[in-house]
Design a protein around this ligand. Structure first.
Ligand code: GLA
Length: 767
């Protein structure tokens, strides 16, 4: 709910409140963001700091803006902090003083040409620069039930002269002095979302200059009080609906108060008389219940207000992707056979990844030429899709439409369509198309429409495999070149808007070498993202843990791949590869036909198990549970609390390990749950020569005898059955079955290898 009382604005959600007021001089003073308070007056008790001893400056209304908590920081007037807005006026001055003029309660509205969250209740506050005809509009949208507030800004040049915009950030949050930490998510290709927690002192940044939101540093970040943990403490989380370069700064001023600003990075924009400029929409949330509290707010927010359309609440198909099965060596026969093998394990969608289009022999050719390669697919895509659909499997296709290979027909026809100059840094042998040009966007849109219209394609993996660095477009004059990066993103959004509206039932999965463009902006168009090219279950459990702070598992593509893994060469059990992938949108990055019959049976059982619990795995609330060092325990709980699943992953197996209970999260207090585990199988070969300790005949490792024994002797699987209240599972925890600890094996022993796991299921007792 949005309440406006005299000069006071209170934005309330179910559990939080955000408050600011206009001072007598019309400056927007930020008052509070935290748990809801009992009375309106409670928010209005913050002082207007009139004076600071020493050499701080006062503005001409006697306000010391250096330490005033504000809604719209600018350059000059004694405020030394990072501004929300920074402009260059015609005389070269940058001092800027926005004063409140009025507010409105419009229909919810987002920035032009960019995505925005769906729904909510909006407040628009209008400010005018004191001596120029420059207006600043701030839009706040309240998403009551998910405790999220969105914010974005618009600058309008109503004067007669051009203004240069050096910065127009999306959000600002000033917090009172205190001891805080900043938590950001950093990484690189195949190592996305590493959690970095730093004490907040001086100034820290989280940003991307890569032209994409990037795997180097995700736009999602949190500020918390020292000592905050998963379950306790104040946390403020920020994110943006933007897919280009971004900048976030967290700054402690001389008096200890904190300013957070977040918005587009590297912007420099010419604002002609009568023009406006919009910043992307940003979102924030507050929880007093630690990082877990933030995730329990951000996940439903993303599910309900970011992801939209046909697939929003629909269960996603289990897919088999061809990439690691046959890389560029695509053929009609292989694709059909992979579809058959996919169907045999119960998968529902075959995705033909890279390598299918004309001339695409390797990664140095053909990007831009989006027609089937007649050598590999002589009957074309429509016939292939038909044959695959006839197998009872839907057909999906990989594309990388924003790119162009030098060796392509498109490049021969339009060498000037690349972004930047030809002689520049090149990534994966490809250039980026100049999406600041309408005719290039038209080509991309039309070629994708022709593909989607020409064959029965149910799914598109939209890839983007390089960063943008040498930003230049011949279509802009030199002084406007720094608009290129943002104009690229606007071009991209216009394409995505048109295409997703034209093909609303196609399931789009966004990808940028895995998670190089994993952000809320892309998620407004595409309901899921290929989270990382790294499918190693040990790495993936860490990467998915990182994503889970700000994003629900319903947007994370997670696949089981072969062992040894193609990124790490690590060998890991098939069960743990499945368990980790099951905590997201399950797929397979392998050819089941290449596996032994026994392994195929295991895949079939996995898919059936996943489908039986699919709604829970995909749309349950994910919780990070207390996990010992080198372990990772996560759970998903159904919205009605009737069912839950949990995966306990262990990096390194220890002999004679400590008995540490697993503590659950999210199970309902007095509800009685029955716990069982997903059945696993152990094998004779797991023991190597140790099997001779028991065996009446000597068995050599790798011998025919061992193989025969492995085939016929089935070891009992550790099975756990427990009944307890939700409260007991959370507070007292439960002990997994006794692990194998160097000696002694019998039925109930839990055999764990390195990178192994167990998957547990809780079911509510029915009366
Ligand atoms: C990127 C993607 C992979 C695969 C390849 C194909 O690396 O992240 O999943 O699609 O491109 O070239």
């Amino acid at each position: 709910m949005i309440r406006t009382e005299k000069n006071l604005f209170i934005l309330e959600t179910s559990h939080t409140a955000y408050a600011f007021r206009t001072t007598e001089a019309g400056v927007l003073q930020h008052l509070y963001y935290g748990a809801r308070l009992p009375r309106s007056e409670d928010y209005d008790s913050a002082p207007v700091i009139l004076n600071q001893p020493g050499n701080a400056l006062l503005d001409n209304d006697g306000l010391c803006r250096e330490d005033l908590l504000q809604e719209a920081g600018t350059v000059g007037w004694g405020d030394l902090r990072e501004p929300l807005v920074d402009v260059l006026f015609p005389d070269g001055g940058r001092s800027c003083d926005f004063r409140f003029t009025h507010f409105e309660r419009p229909e919810t509205q987002g920035p032009d040409g960019m995505p925005s969250a769906v729904g909510g209740e909006t407040l628009k506050v209008v400010l005018k620069e004191r001596t120029h005809e420059l207006y600043l509009e701030i839009y706040y949208t309240v998403f009551e039930e998910t405790d999220v507030i969105a914010r974005w800004t618009r600058l309008i040049n109503d004067g007669a002269e051009t203004i240069w915009v050096n910065r127009l950030m999306s959000q600002q949050l000033d917090l009172p002095a205190g001891d805080y930490d900043l938590v950001t998510f950093r990484g690189a290709w195949a190592r996305e979302m590493d959690t970095v927690r730093q004490q907040l002192a001086g100034e820290l940044r989280w940003s991307s200059t890569a032209g994409v939101s990037s795997n180097r540093c995700n736009p999602f970040a949190m500020v918390c009080r020292h000592g905050t943990d998963e379950d306790h403490g104040d946390v403020w989380a920020l994110n943006m609906l933007y897919s280009g370069s971004h900048l976030g700064t967290a700054q402690v001023n001389a008096y200890g108060s904190v300013r957070l600003v977040q918005g587009m990075g590297g912007l420099h924009w010419q604002l002609l008389p009568g023009e406006k400029l919009d910043a992307p929409q940003a979102v924030m949330t507050y929880s007093g219940e630690g990082f877990g509290g933030v995730s329990c707010q951000m996940h439903p927010f993303v599910r309900r207000h970011i992801v939209r359309g046909y697939w929003q609440n629909r269960e996603r198909p289990v897919l088999v992707n061809s990439w690691e099965a046959f890389y560029f060596k695509v053929s009609h026969r292989k694709a059909v056979s992979l579809a058959r093998n996919a169907r045999n394990i119960g998968a529902e969608l075959l995705v033909l990844d890279d390598g299918w289009f004309r001339g695409r022999t390797d990664d140095s050719h053909a990007l831009g030429d989006w027609t089937a390669d007649p050598k590999k697919l002589p009957d074309g895509l429509a016939a292939l899709a038909r044959e695959i659909n006839e197998q009872g499997v839907r057909f999906g296709l990989w594309v990388e439409p924003e790119m162009i290979s030098e060796k392509s027909e498109l490049f021969s026809a339009h060498p000037d369509w690349i972004l930047g100059h030809r002689d520049q840094a090149i990534g994966r042998n490809q250039y980026v198309l100049d999406l600041t040009r309408p005719e290039v966007c038209r080509y991309v849109c039309d070629s994708m429409k022709a593909l989607l219209g020409g064959a029965d394609i149910s799914y598109i993996k939209w890839d983007m495999n390089r960063i943008l660095s040498d930003m230049f477009t011949p279509t802009l004059p030199p002084e406007r070149q720094r608009e290129t990066a943002h104009r690229y993103v606007l071009g991209l959004y216009s394409i995505l808007d048109e295409l997703t509206k034209a093909f609303p039932e196609v399931l789009f999965e966004s990808c940028a070498s895995g998670g190089n463009r994993f952000d809320l902006g892309m998620l407004c168009y595409m309901p899921q993202v290929w989270a990382s090219d790294n499918t190693d279950s040990a790495c993936r459990s860490h990467i998915q843990w990182g994503y889970s702070y700000g994003y629900p598992q319903s947007v994370l593509g997670c696949h089981v791949s072969d062992s040894p893994n193609h990124q790490t060469l690590r060998r890991s059990p098939l069960r743990s590869r499945f368990h980790v992938a099951a905590m997201g949108l399950l797929g397979y990055e392998l050819d089941p036909g290449e596996m032994s019959g026994e392994k195929r049976d295991e895949l079939r059982e996995q898919v059936a198990f996943y489908k039986a619990h699919r709604r829970l795995f995909q749309f349950g609330q994910l919780r990070r549970c207390p996990s010992a060092k080198g372990e990772c325990f996560t759970m998903v709980i159904s919205p009605d609390g009737a069912e839950a699943a949990g995966v306990h992953f262990v990096w390194e197996n220890q002999p004679n390990p400590k008995s540490i209970p697993l503590y659950c999260r999210g199970l309902e207090g007095e509800t009685i749950y029955h716990l069982t585990n997903h059945p696993t199988q152990s094998r004779i070969t797991d023991f190597g020569s140790l099997v001779n300790y028991m065996s009446p005949v000597r068995i050599r490792s790798g011998s025919l005898v061992e193989k025969a024994a492995d085939r016929f002797v089935k070891l009992p699987s550790d099975a756990l059955k427990l009944t307890a209240s939700g409260e007991a599972f959370c507070r007292r925890g439960f002990y997994p079955v006794q692990p194998f600890g160097g000696t002694g094996f019998n039925g109930p022993t839990r055999l764990m290898r390195d990178f192994d796991s167990r998957l547990y299921i809780w079911e509510k007792e029915t009366e």
